[in-house]
Design a protein around this ligand. Structure first.
Ligand code: NAP
Ligand code: MG
Length: 493
């Protein structure tokens, strides 16, 4: 008889019949303030609105801190501070000096990695294993990588002389809060631009910790400004005439609004938007390895991943075997306390997101899909979703066509390479994908004919600061990461 772990209210069971003892990461070293003000011109500044909102821990629903809500006047102050810092300091500084500041941010972030990882898991709900092993190290790696570019920009665009744009307005989502901030801030600073960044309403805390690191690194005031708030704060940044470039990561819906706002202006933009990736398993793939890749592709970070492998295509001859193995593996996944080092799947980021996921699960069932959910227990408080799989779905099913942004996988079968390429492309998105096969020729055919920014072969969800990332079709405009990620922050002179 398996016992329930009373202390954490989660049963950490393994299908082999034994249980993991809880292994929670300590919170003792975490210093969170009760209230976070806006970070403008190098100082924490009370908002003109006088308003604050709560950021909660989605795994307990407990309030973590009050966070300032920036209005139009606050955004204006931040943009002005960024402009003055750009004109007087940052754009005039020798590039190698700029690089030193960025290196300093990277090093302090590494020193405080544990603190960042724990706060990321508390504020956003993701498993500590991911924030510790993926989010924080990758965020530091982005600062290190772009620090190296600062004094080498002449080599980035051979034959052309490049110059910074001015003030970049940057708006990020809640699924990788610190990592997205690093994706945005690091290339902007390396290219000599100054920044006004808005984190997502549900996950502002690691951005505020980053503001502390920026202070500690001694960056000149106004080079990076961080304004918290909801969608209206983001819109105030986009609409501000003092912004030279908008870098947005978020939903296709909001991306379209931003594109309309900026159309016809001379302001540059990059949009990193939604996705609905195809993960394709051929019969000659190493099946156990592929099953791990599918699990990682869709259940990593609760499926809150723009490049999640949310559509699985399995070659017919191995479909039964793959689905059976998948279900067995899903049973072993541990859903629960994000701070427990055994946890595979943490909390859903917010109540709204959980409702959206549940709505889609209902739609999938009503459309005739066959649903399978892992039988694991979940805590009574907080926002949770068991890993979910749909078979018997068609190309037109909404769970196949629309982005759910949760741990929900839709499985279809195929017979030929041509068929799966056509099915994979039959979608408004084109951000990412995966292919599992023993044959290099199939990898070449699939990766060259599927319209997606990144396609992993015999692996999934691997990121590196040197590698560009971005979408085709409704998945976005422009690229971030690598050398390509510098270009949207530069103009040739
Ligand atoms: P979202 O609702 O579009 O929000 C993204 C950010 O924009 C948030 O900071 C949000 O503020 C802000 N915002 C909302 N309305 C705005 C407006 N009218 N003008 C300017 N800013 C506005 O997206 P989300 O639900 O947070 O994130 C999930 C989406 O992001 C998914 O579609 C996912 O695929 C996409 N994503 C894409 C990538 C990529 O690299 N392609 C990476 C990660 C995520 P508040 O949320 O604070 O209200
Ligand atoms: Mg939160």
């Amino acid at each position: 008889m398996k016992k329930k772990n009373k202390k954490s209210d989660v049963k950490l069971k393994f299908s082999g019949g034994w249980e993991y003892a809880p292994a929670p990461e300590s919170k003792d070293h975490i210093r969170l303030k009760e209230k976070y003000d806006l970070f403008i011109n190098g100082k924490f500044t009370e908002p003109e609105t006088g308003k604050y909102f709560a950021s909660i821990n989605p795994s307990t629903e407990a309030k973590l801190a009050d966070v300032a809500e920036a209005g139009d006047k606050d955004v204006d102050k931040a943009v002005k501070a960024a402009r003055v810092a750009y004109e007087n300091v940052w754009s005039r500084m020798p590039a190698a000096e700029r690089g030193k500041y960025i290196y300093r941010i990277a090093r302090i972030m590494q020193e405080r990695a544990r603190e960042f990882a724990v706060i990321e898991s508390m504020d956003g709900g993701k498993a500590i294993r991911e924030s510790r092993d993926v989010d924080v190290p990758l965020a530091a790696a982005h600062f290190f990588y772009y620090a190296g570019w600062a004094d080498k920009l002449d080599y980035a665009l051979p034959g052309a002389k490049a110059k910074s744009l001015g003030v970049a307005g940057q708006i990020i989502p809640w699924n990788f809060p610190l990592l997205m901030a690093a994706w945005k801030i690091a290339p902007a600073l390396a290219t000599g631009n100054t920044v006004v960044l808005k984190p997502a309403e549900t996950t502002p805390l690691t951005a505020m910790k980053l503001a502390e690191v920026i202070q500690e690194a001694g960056l000149p005031p106004g080079v990076v400004n961080i304004v918290t708030g909801a969608g209206a704060t983001g819109a105030a940044i986009v609409n501000h005439p003092g912004i030279n470039k908008v870098a947005f990561t978020g939903s296709t819906e909001v991306g379209k609004i931003i594109q309309k706002t900026l159309a016809g202006s001379d302001r540059k933009y990059t949009l990193e938007l939604g996705g609905k990736a195809a993960n394709i398993i051929f019969e000659d793939a190493a099946i156990d390895q592929a099953v791990e890749g599918i699990i990682n592709g869709i259940f990593f970070n609760q499926g809150h991943v723009c490049c999640a492998g949310s559509r699985l295509f399995v070659q017919e001859s191995v479909a039964d075997k793959v689905v059976r193995k998948l279900k067995d593996r899903m049973e072993t996944l541990i859903v629960g306390d994000p701070l427990d080092k055994n946890t595979d799947i943490g909390a859903i980021n917010s109540k709204d997101q959980l409702e959206k996921i549940r709505k889609y699960i209902k739609i999938g069932v009503n459309e005739g899909g066959e649903m399978y959910q892992s039988s694991c227990s979940v805590p009574s408080k907080g926002f949770w979703c068991r890993p979910t799989l749909f078979t018997n779905v068609s190309q037109s099913s909404r769970v196949v066509q629309e982005e759910i942004f949760g741990p929900v996988l839709a499985v279809q079968t195929f017979r030929t390479v041509e068929e799966v390429i056509e099915k994979a492309n039959n979608i408004p998105y084109g951000l990412s994908g995966g292919v599992w096969t023993d044959k290099g020729s199939k990898i070449f055919k699939v990766t060259s004919q599927i319209r997606a920014g990144v396609i992993w072969a015999n692996t999934y969800n691997k990121f590196d600061p040197t590698s560009p990332f971005g979408g085709y079709k409704e998945s976005g405009v422009g690229r971030e990461g690598g050398l390509h990620g510098l270009i949207p922050y530069l103009q040739t002179v």
